[in-house]
Design a protein around this ligand. Structure first.
Ligand code: PLP
Length: 347
């Protein structure tokens, strides 16, 4: 099987397992695990933040950050297709008592004016007050699109004037970094809180991190425990992440290249399916609106010929390239996928 459902399907390599086996560990609930402590410092420093907190999932690091920025009954603004509102099962409402309002955008791509138009800070005793804005980079359901630093900087400038804070869901910030060359410190400088995922594309088995000020991280550590995610000898996870950090970031360029090749081949079948110009990173988002089959039906047909893909709703077929997907498998996808799409297009 060629598994392109997600970049989370990668397995730890032999070398990574070796590093896991050797990792010095301690009890992290006591703050005693040297390997996770070193990783938290390493990643925080990279992003220009005071501190970091290792979490089992990106959903949790997003939620700890949102909780830190938005009080119960206040409002977070985010894009309509963002992971925070679509794929975290209402966690912000359930756990933090916050409300969300969304602005729509094409392919998840930010225009600073769009959140600013709906922002409603200090709204008084009648309307909900906006207190934070969350951005996603790269944008998952937008097709791995990379946000413009110009728009981010503009939004930061204007939202500071309004007294709003900003959160970055940077689950795939590695891909944005490799695609643009923008430093992690530059990304970090525009946000009060950042969430990153190590389980996306880097080959590590588990892990995410919230990054922010020491005060916010100390508070998030209490909430992480309260949510039941205080962990013990997590140096074995942190060691894998440290290894991935050193070895597996720059190689993401290969994943981007393979995704572009797939998108280009599909666009040759019909430009309505995908715009290769918008395949910025490792996600190929194929719009099957013009096909006689739903995304789910196409996923089933692809599985029959040995390719696993994802259906994001009935109209979007998603393929995600990653480090366990090589050129030989790419050739196989190029043999099968464009042909299948051609046959399912409505004349
Ligand atoms: C994967 C992902 C997350 C976190 O997912 P978990 O499965 O909770 O680790 C958050 N945001 C985006 C954009 C993602 O793609």
């Amino acid at each position: 099987m060629i598994d392109l459902r997600s970049d989370t399907v990668t397995r730890p390599s032999e070398a990574m397992r070796e590093v896991i086996a050797q990792a010095p560990v301690g009890d992290d609930v006591y703050g005693d695990d040297p390997t996770v402590n070193a990783l938290q410092e390493r990643v925080a420093a990279l992003f220009g933040k005071e501190a970091g907190l290792f979490t089992p999932t990106g959903s949790l690091s997003n939620q700890l950050a949102i909780r830190s920025l938005v009080k119960p009954g206040e409002e977070l603004l985010t894009e309509t297709q963002s992971h925070i509102v679509r794929a975290e099962l209402g966690a912000g409402a359930v756990f933090s008592g916050i409300t969300t309002r969304t602005w729509p955008s094409r392919n998840g791509i930010l225009k600073a004016s769009e959140p600013l138009e709906i922002a409603s800070p200090n709204a008084g005793p009648y309307l909900v007050s906006t207190t934070a804005i969350a951005l996603e980079n790269t944008h998952n359901f937008g097709g791995g699109t990379v946000q413009s630093m110009h728009e981010i900087a503009e939004l930061r400038r204007e939202s500071l004037k309004l007294g709003l804070t900003m959160h970055l869901d940077g689950a795939r910030i590695w891909n944005a970094h490799v695609a643009t060359g923008t430093s992690f410190a530059e990304f970090g400088s525009h946000f009060d809180t950042v969430s990153v995922c190590f389980s996306k594309g880097l080959g590590a088995p588990v892990g995410s991190m919230m990054l922010s000020t020491s005060d916010r991280i100390a508070e998030a550590r209490r909430w992480r425990k309260r949510y039941g995610a205080g962990m013990r000898q997590i140096g074995i996870l942190a060691a894998a992440v440290d290894y991935a950090f050193t070895h597996n970031i720059e190689r993401l360029a290969e994943d981007h290249h393979r995704a572009k090749v797939i998108a280009t081949a599909c666009a040759q079948v019909s430009p309505t399916l995908v715009d290769p110009e918008l395949t910025h990173t490792n996600i190929v988002a194929i719009d099957v609106t013009g096909c006689s089959r739903t995304a789910g039906e196409l996923v089933a047909e692809l599985a029959e010929v040995g390719i696993l893909a994802g259906a994001m709703g009935s109209k979007l077929l998603r393929l995600v390239t990653h480090m366990d997907f090589d050129d030989q498998q790419l050739d196989r996808v190029l043999e099968l996928l464009p042909d299948l799409l051609k046959r399912s297009l409505v004349a």
